[in-house]
Design a protein around this ligand. Structure first.
Ligand code: ATP
Length: 248
């Protein structure tokens, strides 16, 4: 694997008043890697991810994303990343094609690029029959696949996925992960949070957050070895049971 570091944080911290939501995070993520960011509800994953995306100013510590500083270069960061939130930010009252066109415009793609990428995306996802439908009328799994494909429409260096597959069946999740693998093969680094431990197994490396801190970081195989257990479920349970913080 390419060892170029695309996300580097050192003691990155976010405090809300007296409450430390993300506590001295120090991680490195490599180019082209699928990096799983795990933790129980309320562990601080979304807070951390928002800082990495340049959406929230850290309280202290440092971080560079695709070589850009999270304090002073947030506009450059936004150009080099994709972000899919839990609510996946598509416009429900626009059609599939209109959403692609809209986000292509936001990403600064030319009309020609939007046309080409739109055709490719619809074809790759097999959405020809749905292209003129309102997003509101699509099944959840299709919305998620579309939201992911739009989040990487501009070929970002990194895509951040915040629980991208919540609420869909295992087959649809597996299809979603095929899209993730394809993107990683194209060199896009994947930073993904999930509560599904089968998905954790698909990641190259995993970090586990407990009460705002990263408590473990390694490959799934090494983590299982480290905790002397057979599954990622058990690794998660082992670490998360010490949590004092309760999810919202
Ligand atoms: N703006 C805020 N003001 C105060 N507290 C906040 C704020 N945002 C998040 N928190 C708190 O920080 C903690 C971490 O929240 P965060 O959403 O980052 O967790 P998470 O790991 O993403 O959880 P989930 O899996 O439920 O999304 C929670 O206790 C939350 O209440």
């Amino acid at each position: 694997m390419n060892r170029e570091v695309v996300i580097r944080t050192d003691k990155l911290t976010k405090q809300f008043g007296d409450f430390i939501a993300a506590d001295q995070l120090s991680i490195e993520v490599y180019a082209g890697e699928i990096f799983g960011f795990l933790g129980a509800n309320g562990a601080g994953k979304t807070t951390a991810m928002r800082m990495l995306c340049g959406l929230s100013v850290p309280s202290s510590g440092t971080a560079t994303i695709a070589g850009y500083d999270v304090y002073s270069q947030t506009e450059q960061i936004k150009k080099h990343i994709g972000y899919m939130s839990q609510k996946f930010s598509l416009y429900e009252d626009l059609t599939v094609r209109e959403n692609i066109r809209f986000f292509g415009g936001i990403y600064g793609l030319s009309d020609k690029q939007i046309k080409e990428k739109s055709a490719l995306l619809i074809n790759t996802l097999g959405m020809e029959q749905m292209a003129a439908k309102l997003v509101a009328d699509l099944p959840l799994g299709w919305k998620q696949k579309l939201a992911f494909s739009i989040a990487i429409l501009h070929d970002p260096d990194i895509v951040f996925l915040d629980e991208p597959t919540g609420g869909v069946d295992p087959i649809t999740r597996r299809q979603f992960w095929d899209l993730i693998y394809n993107a990683a093969d194209r060199g896009i680094t994947i930073f993904v949070t999930t509560h599904y431990m089968d998905e954790a197994e698909y990641c190259n490396r995993i970090s586990m957050m407990v009460d705002g801190q990263v408590k473990a970081l390694d490959t799934p195989a090494n983590l299982k070895k480290q905790f002397n257990v057979a599954t990622m479920d058990e690794v998660f349970f082992h670490l998360a049971r010490s949590a004092k913080r309760k999810g919202d």
